[in-house]
Ligand binder design. Structure first.
Ligand code: ZN
Length: 406
């Protein structure tokens, strides 16, 4: 297949290429050249016309198991794993239709996301690439304990990481602090000691797995950084009643080029629905701007699924809204959730740019996103491994998708 368009942003550079011609075979990009579609006479030509093509977006923090309603925790508790799996499939396909071709799922229940990951990976159905963490590690009764990942003490944490690895997860997720969905302790409070986080990092890395730490409070952020986690999720510097970031921690996160997964994105016309976040959002944004200036690697994770303003296709609003607002150029914002996110996910050799050898995960948007990044909000076409979404999406019989508990 030959895909032609008016413009291309390759996910890595600073500029637009005119008249790109992308040669795709067996789901991979064979070559990218520049040639007007009008000069090509081939039955395999697909001319997308006056659009900009760019790499599929990568959301580094989603929860496919949460249904983006006003009470995702209760709704999750109400369904069995077989029903949950079908609900997660629908969420993943919604993300894909909105241009999200790779999803890092940072917390499911009972490893259901592994079944969904493998379903799409087997090409039984065309879907996004999913990287899964399984149930996040948390203290007994701690943040999101109901997902089933309770682990206490250094030995308990090591054992839990080994169990996750044995199940075949792609990364470990650990709740360094409390959070906003579980009232047991405040987001600003640490759940684990620095030594416990160190044990988690050491064991995960020994098993060949990256580890992401959910951290709101300043102490939890500092401990997660010192422990050497591969990404800090949220990084909001919550205190009991506001936000306060230690400038030394911001400077050190920058010096380390730490990956900071900033939580952003809501459907237009809405803001954060959790009051504790809404009242802190301006201060959180200011600290994320400071982290970006200091040199931290900023990537958006939407936390899609946790509320009604965060459906699973919401990433495009975060990339086009929040990232420019903290000081990124349009090219930097587009690179964040394409080429930078691919490296963060360990998929830099397959995803994140439109280049020879990469998976043909491609989206098309109107206009020129370097001039006006809001055109990203209108995704006109999505290809995943060379398959155009909306056309022959279902390759096989979906009744073959079922959850088998291990
Ligand atoms: Zn989350």
């Amino acid at each position: 297949m030959l895909i032609a368009a008016a413009r291309l942003f390759d996910g890595d550079g600073n500029s637009i290429v005119d008249h790109p011609l992308i040669h795709v075979e067996d789901g991979r990009i064979v070559s990218v050249t520049s040639r007007p579609a009008s000069s090509i006479d081939s039955p395999n030509l697909l001319d997308l016309g006056d659009v900009t093509v760019l790499p599929g977006l990568i959301d580094i923090h989603q929860h496919l198991a949460f249904d983006a309603s006003d009470d995702p925790v209760t709704h999750l508790a109400d369904v069995d794993d077989a029903t949950l799996l079908l609900r997660m499939r629908a969420a993943a396909l919604r993300a894909l239709a909105g241009g999200v071709t790779t999803i890092r799922d940072l917390g499911d229940r009972n490893y259901v996301s592994l079944t969904l990951r493998d379903w799409f990976r087997s090409r039984a159905e065309v879907g996004p690439t999913i990287l899964t963490a399984g149930p996040p590690l948390t203290t007994t009764g701690g943040h999101c304990w109901f997902l089933g990942g309770e682990a206490d003490g250094e030995d308990g944490i090591r054992e839990a990481v080994r169990q996750h690895a044995a199940r075949g997860v792609d990364q470990i997720k650990i709740m360094a602090t409390g959070g906003n969905m579980t009232p047991s302790l405040g987001p600003h409070e640490s759940q684990y000691t620095a030594a416990e986080l160190g044990a988690a990092v050491q064991t995960a890395h020994a098993m060949g797995l990256p580890i992401a730490a959910h951290a709101h409070g300043g102490q939890g952020i500092a401990d997660a950084m010192t422990a050497g986690v591969d990404s800090i999720e949220h990084c909001t510097f919550f205190t009991a009643d506001g936000v306060a970031a230690d400038p030394a921690v911001i400077a050190e996160l920058g010096r380390r080029r730490a990956v900071v997964s900033v939580t952003a994105g809501s459907i237009p016309g809405t803001g954060p629905t959790i009051p504790a976040i809404a009242k802190r959002m301006a201060a959180i944004g200011a600290n994320h701007a400071a982290l970006f200036r200091a040199g931290a690697r900023i990537v958006c994770g939407t936390d899609a699924g946790v509320g009604p303003n965060k459906p699973h296709d919401v990433l495009r609003y975060a990339v086009s809204g929040f990232l420019p607002a903290i000081g990124m150029s349009n090219a930097q914002a587009l690179r964040a959730n394409t080429s930078v996110a691919a490296v963060v996910c360990g998929l830099g050799d397959r995803k994140g740019t439109i280049a020879a050898g990469k998976d043909a995960d491609i989206i098309a948007v109107p206009g020129n996103p370097l001039d006006d990044i809001t055109c990203l909000q209108q995704v006109l076409a999505v290809f995943v491994a060379g398959n155009r979404i909306g056309e022959s999406r279902l390759v096989n019989d979906e009744s073959a998708l079922s959850f088998e508990s291990a």
